[in-house]
Ligand binder design. Sequence first.
Ligand SMILES: [Mn+2]
Length: 343
Amino acid sequence: MSEIREQLYTFLNETELPNHDTLSALCEYAVSVLENENIYYRPKDKTLKSGGLLDFSSGDLAGLPVLIVPDLHARGKFLFDILDSCLPGKNITVLEMLELGQLIICCVGDIFHAEGRARDRWLLAYDDYEAYENGDFKFESSEPMKAEMIENLTLLEMLLLLKTSFPPFFHVLKGNHENILNNGEFGNRPFRKFADEGNMVYTFLECAYGQIIPYLIDIYEKNLPICAVFSNCVVSHAEPLRAYSREEIINYRMKPDVIYGLTWTANDTAQDDSCEKTMKNLLGRKFAKSGIWFGGHRPILGTYALRQKGKYIQIHNPNEENIAFVMPNKIFNADEDILNVES
Ligand SMILES: [Mn+2]
């Protein structure tokens, strides 16, 4: 077993919260990797910080197959199953291909907050949160909250390890749940669904670890790109709300509406043809015709759902472990190229 697989396996099976220093060191390392990503695939913005766009549409890595991973939402096993699976026609695993630089993995973001599967746990944790707010409970000793946070943080550790190990080949885009401070700045909106998830996660981190961990996670999140373009597809967390220029996406740090428009879009709210128009800006007219735009964000039933006359494809089924496998020089076939990796 490779050293990295062993480490990932250890994270996945952890039954305690990560150690403060391990977590902070991994966050800091990942931040420095993100801040210094190669301009060859991640152009700098006007202030010379890493821009919002990953561009693999040309150059040496443009010929690599791409795996697109939908919202993970605390599903470390899903990530591990991806890495341990073998793609059609391959006799080595995805992790082995990653180690050899033979493919690119692009996750659409949304790492924290278990969804419907953990509804009851969120409700129990909320009782503890109320007790904490009333001043008669230590929130860091909440068992349901601790169980949720072990899943969130060990998945984060796995992703940070992969990013720092394979910088050009492993990527996570910012989703709407990448908002550890749970505020409304930089295109973010606070999040709550079954309980008060956004505030509860932040409060738990502060109670269990102090200020540094949430601070580092915030810096990490703010350095994630928001869009990736490949030779025949584009990926973002959510459907693009309107058409965006290449410059706008690269300079996302100064443009909260661009961040919001690529991470929060609800079904039936995007402008007509926003995908095709943005694709034209990113890939040129010729490739925009045959290209497909992938996103997660809104849950679907089955393996995929199409919008924008088939230009936009949603692949986030929270109850299945589905990923999209995009080959360069091949037209994507949603009925064959979405793979279930569940072990
Ligand atoms: Mn989501």
